[in-house]
Design a protein around this ligand. Structure first.
Ligand SMILES: [Fe+2]
Ligand SMILES: [Fe+2]
Length: 257
């Protein structure tokens, strides 16, 4: 038993260097990996100092190897972050354009409109940070989405409170299901990692938690919209269908462009 422990210890604390591909997406956490030079000072010294009676030794479990993303998976995350940033930009602009008109005729909706806007602003800030951190290219359609989202917000609010709420219902239906697809995809990577005895990088675990939280907040907006008579908008079906079609098209375009 002793010879096994002597052989294993340096290898488990000295991992092979990460490939440039890994550094590209997960640079911050990968760069914090301990180097091979570090094991002499912290890990090995207590080991030699302990009793040679193996029954008295306490062993800490070796950390699981990290799951390494494939090129296709990194491209998926690039697209996801690009789309999410564009979507959150659009959401803030829709509420910015809707709020003055909605609140003027329905002052009791001011706290709700502010609450939803504040959450969208928080989402946008989160994705702005992620896009910068992981060096993802923002969509080239950014200026087009700015104009389109402002027009969508202004025109639906001009149609009335119900149409403004129907707009939120339509947008959140598409965005909520889009976040759900992203969560499901990362969970499939997690399952694959566990089947190999590996674990996701902390950065990816945090991303999964963030996507879940934001998805839940978007679905909460959808509920608020329905509670506030989104279904009473006239004409409901054409309006919602057109907005949902526009959202799907914007998502597809932003994934690539
Ligand atoms: Fe959002
Ligand atoms: Fe939302």
């Amino acid at each position: 038993m002793k010879s096994i422990a002597l052989r294993r210890y340096p290898f488990t604390s000295c991992r092979p260097p990460a490939s440039p591909q890994v550094l590209d997406f997960l640079a911050p956490s990968t760069l914090r990996q301990p180097s091979c030079r570090g094991f002499k000072t912290t890990s090995v010294t207590p080991f030699w100092g302990k009793s040679q009676d193996s029954s008295q030794q306490t062993t800490t479990p070796a950390p699981k190897p990290k799951y390494v993303l494939s090129q296709k998976q990194r491209e998926f995350l690039d697209s996801a972050l690009r789309v999410n940033q564009a979507g959150e930009l659009a959401a803030t602009l829709i509420y910015t354009a809707q709020t003055p008109q909605v609140v003027r005729s329905h002052p009791h909706l001011r706290p709700l409109m502010k609450h939803m806007y504040d959450q969208e602003a928080g989402h946008l800030s989160t994705f702005n940070q992620m896009v910068a951190k992981h060096r993802v290219r923002p969509t080239a359609m950014y200026p087009v989405w700015e104009v389109a989202a402002t027009f969508l917000g202004w025109s639906t609010a001009a149609m009335g409170r119900e149409a403004a709420m129907a707009c939120t219902e339509a947008v959140e239906t598409e965005i909520g299901s889009h976040y759900n697809d992203q969560v499901r995809e990362i969970l499939s990577w997690q399952a694959e990692a566990e089947s190999r005895g590996e674990e996701l990088d902390d950065e990816l675990k945090n991303m999964l938690t963030t996507f879940r939280r934001i998805r839940d907040e978007e679905l909460e907006h959808l509920d608020h919209a329905v509670e506030n008579d989104a279904k009473e908008a006239r004409p409901y079906d054409p309006l919602v269908n057109v907005i949902r079609f526009g959202c799907k098209a914007a998502i597809k375009i932003s994934e690539k462009v």
